[in-house]
Write a protein that binds this ligand. Structure first.
Ligand SMILES: [Fe+2]
Ligand SMILES: [Fe+2]
Length: 372
């Protein structure tokens, strides 16, 4: 016979217990069960079914424990809502104590339940968060996919656009190259047409054009102006096409009348090319290429600033070339004499700066007829 509440039971259950008689009457041993169940007025002796209505219908199972037929009977997960919420398991144990054959012991599992609930709740929250994360990730994935698709689309459009620009640029370049080729072929044809009638001037216009462009370069004139001078140089005597070829090829001195016919060539040249839409004032340059700054030139006897700079340059280049080559009516005086002629009439007939640039070109060796 054990007269003291066993420490192993105490370790297993805690302090909450009552003695149980064979008539199913519970006898309070101390205040522990009253306190636990928050029932301070619970009588010292009461029917177990009143204290734990959950055992109603299970009396036979309890009696088997009291009689020693079974060692223990357990009813799990009983809840009470008094001053606080508690949850416990009720154990009926065959146990001799203070003249009784069994005791009813309560094992509090409120904390366990709360922990489980809390864990469950945390788990639910984690699952919820996880689901939200998955959802968010899916949304991000979809947005990413759209971005990638749109980026690919943009890249594709860009490539197409670049290809079109490349193609169009190449077409334009081809078309520009063709136009340029046709332009120079036309200029060459016009030059050639004159050279057929006046073989002594073969290459004259090209050489004048080269020297005039070199002078313009030396004077650091705008590139566009230099281009105009080059083209005008190649066409400057085109008006001679109207001069009878016997005048052009006549050996000896020309009569005044014959010379007056030759002097019409700047105006004739102007008439021939004035309707061509050159991007430079070619017709005007051709018209003025025999004007001299003292007004002694032709056809209009213009002076100084009345004459275009391009025409002043062409005039000097023309004199240099003409004096450097043989003509039907004379042997070439030579380049040196030509330069002397320029010096002699520098700032008289010929523009000072143009003459200076021309002399510098020859003296420095930057330009010579052989190089052309
Ligand atoms: Fe001329
Ligand atoms: Fe000429």
């Amino acid at each position: 016979m054990i007269h003291q509440f066993d420490s192993s039971l105490h370790n297993r259950f805690g302090f909450y217990y009552a003695l149980l008689g064979s008539n199913l009457m519970l006898r309070q041993d101390g205040t522990s069960l009253r306190e636990y169940l928050s029932l301070p007025d619970l009588p010292e002796s009461s029917d177990i079914r009143e204290v734990f209505p959950e055992v109603i219908g299970l009396e036979d199972d309890i009696k088997k424990v009291i009689s020693g037929e079974e060692n223990e009977f357990v009813l799990s997960g009983i809840n009470r809502e008094n001053q606080r919420t508690i949850c416990f398991n009720l154990h009926i144990i065959n146990y001799r104590y203070k003249g009784y054959k069994s005791i009813a012991v309560v094992r509090d599992i409120t904390g366990d339940i709360n922990s489980i609930r809390s864990i469950q709740q945390n788990r639910n929250e984690i699952i919820l968060l996880h689901n939200k994360l998955v959802e968010k990730n899916m949304e991000l994935d979809a947005a990413n996919r759209e971005l990638i698709e749109s980026r690919d689309e943009t890249r594709k459009l860009n490539l197409e656009l670049e290809e079109k620009v490349r193609q169009r640029t190449s077409e334009l370049k081809e078309s520009y190259d063709l136009a340029t080729r046709l332009f120079f072929q036309t200029v060459n044809s016009l030059t050639h047409a004159l050279e057929i009638r006046d073989p002594y001037t073969v290459g004259h216009q090209h050489r004048v054009a080269d020297l005039a462009a070199a002078i313009a370069g030396k004077m650091r004139l705008d590139e566009k102006i230099t281009e105009g001078i080059l083209i005008a140089g190649q066409l400057h005597d085109i008006g001679k096409i109207y001069v009878p070829s016997e005048f052009l090829t006549k050996p000896g001195i020309l009569s005044e009348e014959e010379f007056s016919v030759i002097k019409t060539h700047p105006r004739m040249g102007f008439e021939i090319i004035k309707d061509i839409e050159f991007p430079w004032p070619i017709a005007s340059i051709v018209l003025q290429h025999h004007e001299l700054i003292d007004g002694s030139g032709y056809p209009y006897g213009l002076v100084n600033d009345e004459i275009r700079i391009e025409a002043k340059i062409l005039c000097v280049a023309d004199v240099m070339e003409a004096m450097s080559t043989n003509r039907p009516y004379r042997i070439s005086p030579g380049t040196l004499n030509a330069l002397n002629e320029l010096v002699k009439f520098r700032a008289v007939k010929y523009d000072r700066e143009v003459v200076d640039a021309c002399i510098e070109l020859f003296e420095s060796g930057e330009f010579s007829w052989d190089k052309q």
